[in-house]
Design a binder for this molecule. Structure first.
Ligand SMILES: Nc1ncnc2c1ncn2[C@@H]1O[C@H](COP(=O)(O)OP(=O)(O)OP(=O)(O)O)[C@@H](O)[C@H]1O
Ligand SMILES: [Mg+2]
Length: 308
């Protein structure tokens, strides 16, 4: 999948303003960005649901503008809105989708059973979807995308609103379909989701690519995780700063000192014993992953909200 200089305008605003992308077949690209960055617009253009105003894109070997029907036969889009019908059972949902894709009833039923099995829903096949957990519902949604065996799958914020356990379930299914050879473009607002799933991450900022690389490359750019030490008494702040090293940031109002670390748990132990050796009694010592805001600030030099 390739995009070059994609542009899309809504009224007078450019939602995409020269967007480039290259996703090798069989890999996962994570499109990361805050609200309004243009993620959904990019996905909808690549899935041929929106017309582009400039640039070109090829998906599954076909041009999205000139060969839209050929693209459509090979892609599936899982949008921010669920397509699951609550009053139907899991199996009925899938059969209905199969029928919409012009399968015969018998074909649709056979495909539904295969998909229920693959997505771990056989046991819940005859329950109404309204009784499904968030993760099961999302898996049913994903299963419905696979009725026509797409070679390219677009996932628009696949786990937004799910609790951690349900997110894990969805991640497992995405990994499974990727292992079977599907190319995936997924949008997300979560760095850890991109980290879990993506071979390559593209950071979008107001319609343009602000940064890209592997999750590890982006994290090392950001200095990775941070360790934070909170003390009870401000006089201890310089002692903590000493332990955390030359890059330590001191926040005197919060009685907190923080610094980037690369070795996580080992860093916790190292810092805890160094503090004990100096007689500093910390109120709290914690590891924290960079937030999306910090990623944004580091990459673009401005906060996400300022231009959203
Ligand atoms: N149909 C539309 N009409 C007018 N403006 C639109 C339309 N769709 C999107 N936009 C605007 O284009 C910009 C990009 O929107 P888009 O939905 O692609 O962002 P997003 O990154 O998917 O955001 P979110 O995280 O909220 O889903 C926003 O400023 C949005 O308001
Ligand atoms: Mg969106």
């Amino acid at each position: 999948m390739v995009a070059e200089g994609l542009r899309k305008r809504f009224d007078k605003r450019w939602a995409l303003d020269g967007f480039d992308l290259a996703v090798p077949a069989g890999t996962v690209c994570g499109l990361l960005g805050p609200n309004g960055a243009g993620k959904t617009t990019a996905v909808r253009i690549l899935a041929t649901l929106l017309r582009l105003d400039g640039g070109r894109a090829e998906v599954a070997g076909h041009d999205v503008a000139r060969e839209a029907p050929a693209v459509r036969r090979q892609v599936a889009l899982n949008g921010q809105q669920s397509t699951v019908d609550d009053v139907l059972t899991g199996r009925e949902n899938l059969v209905m989708w199969g029928r919409l894709y012009h399968l015969t009833r018998r074909q649709a039923e056979a495909r539904a059973d295969e998909l229920l099995e693959q997505f771990g829903l056989t046991g819940a096949a005859d329950k109404r979807a309204k009784h499904y957990s968030g993760g099961m519902r999302r898996r049913l949604d994903l299963a419905s995308s696979f009725i026509m065996r797409p070679s390219v799958l677009f996932l628009d914020e696949p786990t937004t609103g799910l609790d951690p356990r349900n997110r894990g379930e969805v991640w497992r299914e995405v990994k499974r379909v990727v292992a079977e050879g599907t190319t995936v473009l997924l949008t997300t607002q979560y760095l850890d989701e991109a980290d879990q799933l993506a071979d390559q991450v593209v950071v979008l900022d107001t319609g343009r690519v602000a940064a890209q690389g592997t999750p590890d490359e982006l994290k090392s750019k950001l200095g990775g995780d941070r360790i934070e030490v909170v003390v009870r008494d401000a006089v201890e702040l310089p002692l903590v700063a000493d332990v955390l090293g030359p890059d330590a940031e001191v926040d005197p109002d919060a009685f907190r000192v923080s610094a980037a670390v690369t070795d996580r748990v080992a860093a916790l132990t190292r810092v805890a014993s160094a503090l004990a050796a100096k007689g500093v009694e910390a109120e709290d010592i914690a590891l924290r992953r960079p937030t999306l805001d910090e990623v944004f600030l580091a990459i673009t030099g401005h906060r996400a909200e300022a231009r959203a």
